[in-house]
Design a protein. Structure first.
Length: 70
């Protein structure tokens, strides 16, 4: 599991997928989330604007990342 450090209070799910290089484009992120291919804290999440905070874990494309705060 790798960690992604953010400087703000939260990051939206679609932005995290791009920031963590789990997808190449926002369109790809949108499609993956809507198709139910992304898990947040072990549960499928279909809200691409979901706010992620420190400690949240995201799984997609066989990768797992945890959000940490600077």
């Amino acid at each position: 599991m790798k960690t992604i450090q953010i400087k703000t209070e939260y990051i939206k799910l679609d932005a995290l997928l791009k920031y963590a290089a789990m997808v190449e484009t926002g369109g790809e992120a949108k499609h993956m989330v809507q198709a139910g291919e992304v898990k947040v804290n072990g549960e499928v999440c279909t809200m691409r604007g979901k706010k992620l905070y420190q400690g949240d874990v995201v799984e997609a494309n066989g990768e797992t990342v945890q959000v940490t705060q600077e």
